[in-house]
Design a protein around this ligand. Structure first.
Ligand SMILES: Nc1ncnc2c1ncn2[C@@H]1O[C@H](COP(=O)(O)OP(=O)(O)OP(=O)(O)O)[C@@H](O)[C@H]1O
Ligand SMILES: [Mg+2]
Length: 290
């Protein structure tokens, strides 16, 4: 990694920056994933992601909530041996929050790298979760990083950081929720490869629910059947189908002794809708299957 510093950057600042850098070299270790995350691959997403990483191309993960996007990135970071820095984007997230800022510490002004700068500096995978939520200036900031320049301008310090080959930017995006105002601009979209995620096919989802929820295969299959039927209600008053995450929650409650119908009500019917009529329909689905 090369760092372009302006020649006249003051000595004091250089010293301060090197101290900060040392502190962060230790702290990058906290982003390393020590234990292999459980991830059941559904299609060819693992090899595609690996190829994208080697080609130094950024990736966008699209898909509904709770279908495995975050777990996938964690598993890939582990597989590729890279630290993973995740940023949950929100409407107040500024470019400064991502890149870094000078902070007053005693009499010194000390530079603190933001998460994106840390990721570029150490060749980590940076995962911007729900990127459309971020402010426009924040999104534009990633443009030079996500085309063939692969640079991060750190304007406040007057430097450009070249991303090393190990750096990778991954964003997630749930196409269902966005208003037109919040949609990603074409100039942002067209900088990313895109992997589409969805709820895993029944057999894979049952394996996941059994593994993550600690229930036997038969119970896991029942929960997945419930999931499929509930997902069919989408469009009939239901805004979004039930996530794999919630099926895992139901399984976890059952595994801890909660009566199965109750577990499905509190983990499935109630979280996904406030409409009592719909909740009753979901309960009916549950009682016919369990
Ligand atoms: N393919 C999979 N392999 C292993 N676990 C999975 C898989 N898909 C889903 N899961 C399970 O579903 C849970 C939710 O997945 P995850 O948190 O990755 O969802 P997400 O797509 O990132 O959701 P959100 O958009 O809300 O952040 C995980 O904690 C895991 O238990
Ligand atoms: Mg997630």
């Amino acid at each position: 990694m090369e760092e372009y510093k302006s020649r006249n950057e003051s000595k004091v600042m250089t010293q301060t920056v090197s101290e900060v850098t040392v502190a962060q070299e230790q702290s990058i270790e906290k982003y390393r994933i020590i234990r292999e995350p459980y991830y059941l691959s559904v299609k060819d997403e693992v090899s595609i992601f690996e190829t994208a990483y080697r080609a130094k191309l950024p990736v966008m993960l699209k898909g509904p909530t709770g279908c495995g996007k975050t777990r996938f990135v964690e598993a890939m970071a582990y597989r590729l041996g890279r630290p993973l820095i995740t940023v949950a984007c929100h409407e107040d997230l500024s470019a400064t929050d991502l890149v870094g800022r000078f902070l007053l510490e005693g009499d010194d002004t000390v530079w603190h790298d933001g998460p994106l700068t840390t990721a570029v500096r150490y060749g980590a995978i940076c995962y911007l979760d729900e990127v459309v939520e971020a402010r426009k200036d924040t999104i534009v900031l990633i443009h030079p990083l996500t085309d063939d320049r692969r640079i991060l301008p750190v304007e406040k310090r007057g430097i450009l950081l070249n991303a090393p080959p190990e750096f990778m930017l991954v964003i997630s995006y749930n196409p269902g929720y966005q208003s037109v105002l919040k949609d990603l601009k074409q100039s942002t979209r067209q900088r990313f490869l895109s992997l589409e995620f969805d709820y895993p096919p029944a057999e894979a989802e049952a394996q996941i629910v059994a593994h993550e929820g600690g229930v036997n295969p038969a119970t896991a299959r029942d929960l997945v059947k419930i999931g499929e039927k509930v997902r069919n209600l989408k469009g009939h008053g239901l805004e979004e189908g039930v996530s794999t995450r919630l099926l895992v929650y139901a399984a976890q409650m059952i595994a801890r002794g909660v009566e199965p119908v109750t577990a499905c009500v509190i983990a499935i019917a109630s979280p996904i809708t406030d409409d009592h009529e719909l909740q009753r329909s979901i309960r009916e689905i549950v009682t016919t299957i369990i």
